[in-house]
Design a protein around this ligand. Structure first.
Ligand code: ADP
Ligand code: MG
Length: 338
C-alpha cells in the first residue's frame, strides 16, 4: 500500500452520464511530487477534491498516510485528513496580514507555537520580510508562496495544488515551477499537483499521471512518458508527435509505413498487427540527400528551432498528412521540394 492510495475510485455526478472519474487506482509514495495531467474536463480537479474530502466518491477507497479516509462505511471530513490545500486563486484572506493568513490553519496550537511555525514557513518560502503586509500588497508569485506557506504550516501529510501556475504569466510561471518544487522538496512533503500543461507537469514532478475522460492513461516519470507513451492519446498530449500507420513484419524486427521501414529495438517481443508509430519532431532531420524526399510546406520560427511541415513522397504521391520536423535555426530551409 502506498503512502496515499486510491483503489477503484469512481465518481458519478449524475446517474445516467459517464463517470467524471472512472475506476481510478493510484499509489503515491511518501515525499513524492505527483502531477495529474490532462485536458480540461478529464477529472483532475474531481480526483483532487475526493482526496481532500470536498467531494465524495460514488465507490472506491482512499487512504492517506496509510490510514483509510474514505470507504463504503467511512468518510473523514477534510480537516481530519491531514491535507494542505492550495487553491487556484490562492484564496488568501484579504483583511488579514500575511502572517495571520499563515497562522489561520493552526488554531489548535498555542500562540507561541503558531508564531514560531509561521516564521519558519515564511522563511521557507522566502517571505519572512513580508509578514505584516496584506495580500493585495504582494505580487501574484508572492501570493502563491503565501498560499503554499499556509498549506504547509500545519505539517500536512500531503499538499494538494489545483492549477497552481495557470494565473501566472509566462516568465513568472517558469520561476514559480522552480520555486514551488524547491519549497516542496525542502519541506520534504508529499504533493499532488493538478495541471493541464505538460511543461508544468514535466518540470515539477517525479511521476506524471495522464488522464483522459476520467480514466488514467499512463503513470510514469516525465522522461519515460515522453519516450515511451503507452497509447496515441499520451503520445499526442505530451509534446508534439507524428503518428504514422504501420504494420509489423512477422519476425517482429520492423514496422512498415507508407514512407518506409523502421527497425524495432532488439528487445521487442510483442507481435502486433496494425500499429501506430510515434515519431517526435526532434527525431527527424532534414537532409539534402537521403532515403526520403518530399516538400517543405510551411516553416515556423520557434525561437530555439524552426518548425517545418513536410509532406513526404510515397509511391510517387505526396503523403496525406505533413510531418512536423524540428530543424536547427542555422539550417537554411526553403519552402519547396527536398
Ligand atoms: P478537470 O479538472 O480535469 O478540468 P473536473 O474534475 O473539474 O475536470 O470535471 C470532470 C467532469 O465532471 C467534467 O465533465 C465536469 O463537467 C464534471 N463535473 C465537475 N464538477 C461537477 C459538479 N459539481 N456537478 C456536475 N458535474 C461536474
Ligand atoms: Mg480542474
Amino acid at each position: 500500500m502506498g503512502f496515499i492510495q486510491l483503489n477503484n475510485v469512481t465518481k458519478f455526478f449524475t446517474k445516467t452520464l459517464k463517470p467524471a472519474v472512472d475506476s481510478l487506482d493510484l499509489s503515491i509514495n511518501k515525499g513524492e511530487i505527483i502531477t495529474l495531467l490532462g485536458p480540461s474536463g478529464c477529472g483532475k480537479t474531481t480526483t483532487l477534491r475526493m482526496i481532500a474530502g470536498f467531494e465524495q466518491p460514488s465507490t472506491g477507497e482512499i487512504a492517506i498516510d496509510e490510514e483509510e479516509v474514505f470507504s463504503d462505511h467511512l468518510s473523514l471530513p477534510p480537516e481530519k485528513r491531514g491535507i494542505g490545500m492550495v487553491f487556484q486563486d490562492y484564496a488568501l484572506f484579504p483583511h488579514m496580514s500575511i502572517v495571520k493568513n499563515v497562522m489561520f490553519g493552526l488554531n489548535k496550537w498555542s500562540t507561541r507555537e503558531k508564531k514560531k511555525r509561521a516564521k519558519e514557513v515564511l522563511e521557507l518560502v522566502g517571505l519572512e520580510e513580508y509578514a505584516t503586509r496584506y495580500p493585495t500588497e504582494l505580487s501574484g508569485g508572492q501570493q502563491q508562496r503565501v498560499a503554499l506557506a499556509r498549506a504547509l504550516a500545519p505539517k500536512p501529510h500531503v499538499v494538494l495544488m489545483d492549477e497552481p501556475f495557470s494565473n501566472l504569466d509566462a516568465g513568472l510561471r517558469e520561476k514559480m515551477r522552480f520555486d514551488v518544487t524547491n519549497i516542496l522538496r525542502k519541506a520534504n512533503t508529499t504533493a499532488i499537483i493538478v495541471t493541464h500543461d505538460q511543461k508544468d507537469a514535466f518540470a515539477v514532478s517525479d511521476r506524471v499521471v495522464v488522464m483522459n475522460e476520467g480514466v488514467i492513461q499512463q503513470i510514469a516519470a516525465p522522461k519515460e512518458m515522453y519516450r515511451c507513451p503507452k497509447n496515441c492519446f499520451v503520445a499526442q498530449f505530451v509534446g508534439k508527435t507524428n503518428l504514422l500507420d504501420g504494420t509489423m513484419d512477422n519476425d517482429q524486427r520492423s514496422i512498415h509505413t507508407h514512407i518506409g521501414k523502421v527497425d524495432l529495438p532488439e528487445q521487442w517481443k510483442e507481435r502486433l498487427e496494425n500499429v501506430k508509430l510515434s515519431i517526435r519532431p526532434e527525431g527527424c532531420r532534414l537532409a539534402k540527400e537521403g532515403q526520403y524526399c518530399g516538400k517543405v510546406e510551411r516553416v515556423t520560427y520557434g525561437g530555439e528551432y524552426q518548425e517545418l511541415y513536410v509532406r513526404l513522397h510515397s509511391d510517387h504521391m505526396l503523403s496525406k498528412e505533413p510531418m512536423v520536423i524540428y530543424a536547427p535555426i542555422e539550417q537554411d530551409v526553403e519552402i519547396g521540394s527536398i
